[in-house]
Design a protein around this ligand. Sequence first.
Ligand code: ATP
Length: 228
Amino acid sequence: MASTPHQNPTDPSDLTALKGHIPLLGLTGGIGSGKTTVSNLLGRLGAGVIDTDLIAHQITAPGGIAIPLIQEQFGAKFIDSAGALNRGKMRALVFTNPESRKALEQITHPLIRQETTRQALKLSKSGKPYLVFVVPLLIESGNWQGILDHIAVVDCPEDVQIARVMERSGLTKQDVEKILAAQASRAKRISQADTVLHNDRDLAKLEAETQVLHQKLIGFKTNQSTSS
Ligand code: ATP
């Protein structure tokens, strides 16, 4: 499910034990900007990747730890025949009902936080040179900046975002525009970035910029800023 406006499921305060021991990179960007593409590249280059969006999906997939709690709170009609969260039905409910959104977040957010921390601690012990936290609403949540050593923003023009998301998800142009309008503006995101990855052209260009970012993080000594 694409990130929606009020989801700020991650609270990095649990990660303070890692600060200064391993470089911590935050990776963000608007919907469809290319975060997953970049994090996959960084993962292939050897980084330890924790994707909070993926975690949110996993806990609501068949057998996911949030499923019994969601069923208890909202009823079986919100669970599909495969045992996953019925995302369409839930999206329709929470878009019009703030109380339901809150109830859903009270179930999912602690579980996402717990799993984010678990994966980060595990990866930090496995010899990875640095950790990447993929957080769609990193800028909006406002509580990651203190813990991260470096923030990278994947940026691309809104018309490109809209086209990519429509092609991949089947959402309408209006659906994507609604999500875009509720996310931080490009200018705000860029103003908080240490590195901006420009994903406005082909993948080769994005890969080259991602390589530069990787080298920067590899060269980073903990307890010092990577900003440049
Ligand atoms: P979301 O916010 O929805 O999770 P995202 O920021 O993780 O999206 P990606 O999934 O990496 O973005 O990219 C969105 C879509 O655009 C994908 O289908 C991806 O393959 C495609 N894409 C990303 N970058 C490029 C590019 N430079 N050229 C062509 N297609 C691209």
